[in-house]
Design a protein around this ligand. Structure first.
Ligand code: SF4
Ligand code: SF4
Length: 343
């Protein structure tokens, strides 16, 4: 089958460097200052082309890609060479388009080597209360489509406290917006945590296994319990239901494709929908990653494309359709090649 040219462009753009804005260019929407995800710590915007969209760091000073504005018609070049025509900039609600995605606390008592959140200079998430979140969602609805609300958090003080704080926020959002899809991304350490979030009103849950193998996990998330996450994913399927539980695997940490395939099979076999995130290096995680895994080759667009196909094939064989997910990264699509949406 002929590959969609724009799909490859999405792979190249999302794995590449930032976008330099033309001098004097006024962004049509406010920039997103993320505290989680690959763009954590940078000012970014969402660029759309065809059915694809990618969130990219932007600056007026430098960038691997350059934005051009010819009378309102936007295009991108890459190191001066033509790259992509017909580009649009999309509004961000909070953190991502058409979705209010809040990081309740960027601080974290753990130190996963790839994670920028706890390494950011200041606590940009300080003071997010359940009432404040509801108010922010209401404000956003005045001018934007808000299709879902999602919540993530670093672990501060204790897993218990963090889950309860997340549940309070879920409860407040659910009380105000009875039909709003709500997604949660906690670090949970017992089935009770998962039940609390479900009972508060969450519809979908994402609990990240993070790595393809236990050996890599021990290097990059030495303080977390991978077996525990595995067991709790099964509880999460019992509590939230099939098709409502997702788990992210970061690839590019030194695993082989065979190891990646094995973990995707394991997760799908448990009725969990895996998501794949290509490892990105940034100003915050370069040193910790080098200390943990040494020099590992960066993910190439070819590998991003082949692993996305591997994931889609696995989901199809287990009859798991992530097209039904309404929250978090699957719905957003800005950082990954998402089966049934992009590919
Ligand atoms: S548990 Fe790990 S991945 Fe999650 S916020 Fe903390 S350091 Fe980051
Ligand atoms: S794909 Fe996930 S991490 Fe990336 S911008 Fe969207 S919600 Fe954030």
């Amino acid at each position: 089958m002929e590959e969609d040219v724009n799909l490859r462009k999405k792979a190249e753009l999302s794995l590449g460097g930032g976008i330099r804005l033309p001098k004097g260019f006024v962004m049509p929407y406010r920039l997103s200052r993320s505290t989680a995800g690959p763009g954590a710590g940078s000012s970014s915007a969402v660029f759309a082309f065809g059915k694809y969209r990618v969130k990219k760091g932007v600056s007026y000073d430098s960038g691997e890609f350059e934005l051009h504005d010819e009378g309102g018609v936007l295009s991108l070049t890459r190191n001066g060479e033509p790259f992509l025509n017909g580009v649009d900039i999309k509004p961000v609600v909070y953190h991502c388009p058409e979705q209010a995605f809040f990081n309740l606390d960027q601080r974290c008592m753990y130190n996963c080597a790839f994670c920028a959140s706890p390494r950011l200079d200041r606590n940009a998430t300080k003071g997010l209360t359940p009432e404040g979140i509801v108010g922010m969602v209401k404000d956003a609805m005045v001018s934007k489509t808000v299709g879902s609300v999602s919540l993530t958090s670093g672990v501060v003080d204790s897993v218990d406290d963090t889950v309860r704080r997340m549940a309070d926020a879920v409860y407040a959002v659910r009380s105000e917006f009875p039909d709003m899809p709500i997604g949660v991304e906690p670090y949970a350490s017992c089935a009770e945590h998962i039940r609390i979030l479900k009972e508060a009103g969450a519809d979908e849950i994402k609990m990240n296994l993070e790595t393809a193998t236990e050996a890599i996990f021990r290097k990059v998330c030495p303080e977390l319990d991978r077996d525990g996450i595995f067991r709790l994913l099964s509880s999460a399927v019992d509590i939230f239901g099939r098709g409502r539980v997702t788990s992210n695997i970061i690839f590019g940490l030194g695993e082989t494709d065979a190891e990646l395939k094995e973990i995707l099979e394991d997760l799908c076999g448990m009725d969990v929908i895996p998501t794949l995130r290509a490892l990105r290096y940034n100003a915050y995680n370069g040193e910790s990653l080098k200390a943990a895994i040494g020099d590992v080759p960066k993910v190439t667009p070819d590998r991003a494309l082949s692993t996305a196909r591997m994931l889609k094939d696995c989901l199809e064989r287990y009859d798991l359709d992530s097209g039904g997910c309404r929250t978090m990264c699957i719905e957003c699509t800005c950082c990954d090649l998402v089966p049934f949406r992009d590919i």
